[in-house]
Design a protein around this ligand. Structure first.
Ligand code: NDP
Length: 480
């Protein structure tokens, strides 16, 4: 069976632990490769390599670093088909989704930050007759990037690209559940001419490899995307060491549908915002609030469309949904469907595991699920499920829906469907979320600040925010 390897100091190498973790194909439930169960020695090797590489990488001109990062983007593009297949197999998502979203976005991430760094200017503050302040922005040094399994290469590169563009050396850990495309990225970086030790990719569990990265005294900043509980643990561990932290965490996003919306556009997009990537996108809307005037019409039209969604193995060209990422995750999602019924909810579509024909009969498939009849403050409507499960709740007024939408601990993203201009702005202002989409979903401009409030995270990614995070500002005052 294939054994993946860490990528340290510009070369693939075996883990010093000698131990490996099973890597499952979610579409069949079978183990198909092994990943290194890396330990502190592996992380130490990576840190040593990064220490040597940092003076070389950080003293290169922005143009030189940019050219290498552009070549990484081109390298991903050249291996598009291989990466698409690898992502789909590792994660269970339909092949066509990986081809349309995941890998093209990894290319964009490198292109975007390779060019952004050429335009990144710092501030100056003039004091008339006294002197001038200017701000120098220097790379931090060695930084840690830890990413989750739902959009593997997409989110891995979303962190690595700005960190590298700003002149840092990186120790990166992908999720142990979806390591494969990160494994391939090492060679792509090497082929692009990235100096040895600049990008080091360590595989393994969060509890071992991830924790060691967070605790390492020479790793000065941690950029983390994952669950809120893990984020809290990382914050607790890193804060006494005064590390810079960027935390992108869970969500429980509302989709708010007013009766004056464009019904057809809304219906089409709401199907996507509910079930894309098997509902495993932090930005998916899992609480659908529908104004009473169109509630019954929406419920009928939506459930009809949901029943027609094809759940199938990832290489089926007709698959709209593939497999969930793992058996424990599938069981967690199923347990929430049980909980919803205990809480008085009625499953009006889906709700059941799907067993496909062999060889996919043990894959982790679930019908897209719609539940109604729950109170807005029950556990099902407050806790993150992170699967293809949505709830329907009717509302009458703006005030009522705002209260329900804002009632969770999370505050990542909200969607509003309305054609009333004044209401659009009132809602956008009062929704306690880091991102609000109006009459749309998941339209991304990589320059905009990305992230959540409350338990959905600390800090923002994207554009200048990311480059500011990965640099230390130093103010210099020169007297006249
Ligand atoms: P986890 O928090 O379980 O894991 C995320 C990453 O952290 C993985 O690489 C994991 O490794 C690692 N990790 C786990 N424990 C530790 C630790 N103690 N120290 C250091 N690293 C650790 O999240 P999931 O992978 O389950 O991802 C799903 C979550 O991510 C959802 O809550 C979702 O909302 C959130 N998310 C947020 C986004 C945002 O932008 N706000 C975007 C996408 C997802 P391992 O896999 O080996 O356990």
């Amino acid at each position: 069976m294939e054994k993946l390897q860490n990528f340290i100091n510009g070369a693939y190498c075996r883990t010093k632990s000698g131990k490996y973790i099973d890597n499952y194909d979610p579409s069949t439930g079978a183990v198909y490769s092994l990943i290194p169960d890396s330990n502190a020695e592996d992380v130490e090797d990576a840190v040593k390599a990064a220490e040597v590489a940092f003076p070389i990488w950080s003293s290169m001109s922005n143009e030189e670093r940019s050219a290498i990062l552009v070549r990484v983007a081109e390298g991903i593009e050249k291996r598009m088909e291989e990466l698409v297949k690898a992502e789909s197999k590792d994660n269970g998502k339909p092949l066509k989704l990986a081809a349309a979203v995941d890998i093209p976005r990894a290319v964009s991430n490198f292109h975007f930050f390779a060019t952004a760094i050429l335009h990144f200017a710092s501030e100056s503050h003039h004091m008339e007759g006294v002197g001038i302040n200017y701000t120098l922005r220097k790379p931090i040094g060695i930084v840690g990037c830890i990413s989750p399994w739902n959009l593997p290469l997409y989110l891995f590169t979303w962190k690595i690209a700005p960190a590298l563009a700003a002149g840092n050396c990186v120790i990166a850990k992908p999720s142990e559940i979806t390591p494969y495309t990160a494994f391939l990225l090492g060679q792509i970086a090497k082929d692009a001419g990235m100096p040895d030790g600049v990008l080091n990719i360590i595989h393994g569990s969060g509890a071992s490899a991830g924790d060691t990265i967070v605790k390492h005294p020479k790793i000065k900043a941690i950029s983390f995307t994952g669950g809120t509980k893990t984020g809290a643990y990382i914050a607790q561990t890193a804060a006494p060491m005064f590390k810079k932290l960027s935390l992108e965490l869970g969500g429980k996003n509302p989709t708010i549908i007013f009766d004056d919306c464009n019904f057809d556009d809304m219906l089409k997009t709401t199907l996507r915002s509910s079930f894309s990537n098997q509902g495993q996108i932090c930005l998916c809307g899992s609480r659908l609030f529908v104004q009473r005037g169109i509630y019954e019409r929406f419920k009928t039209a939506f459930t009809e469309k949901v029943e027609k969604i094809k759940v199938s193995y990832p290489t089926d060209p007709e698959a709209i949904m593939g497999a969930l990422v793992s058996e424990p995750h599938l069981n967690k999602v199923l347990s929430y469907i049980d909980l919803a019924q205990e809480e008085g909810g009625k499953v009006i579509a889906g709700g059941k595991r799907v067993h496909l024909d062999a060889p996919h009969d043990n894959g982790y498939y679930l019908r897209p699920t719609v539940i109604e009849g729950l109170s807005f403050d029950c556990r099902t409507n407050q806790e993150e499920i992170f699967g293809p499960v949505v709830t329907l709740t009717p509302f009458d007024t703006e005030e009522e829906v705002l209260q329900m939408a804002n009632s969770t601990d999370y505050g990542l993203a909200a969607v509003v469907w309305t054609n009333d201009v004044k209401r659009t702005h009132r809602m956008a202002e009062q929704l306690e979320f880091g991102i609000v989409w109006v009459n749309s979903w998941l339209v991304r401009d990589l320059r905009t600040p990305f992230g959540g409030v409350k338990s959905s995270g600390v800090g923002r990614e994207g554009g200048w925010e990311a480059l500011r995070f990965f640099t230390e500002p130093k103010n210099v005052f020169v007297s006249y």
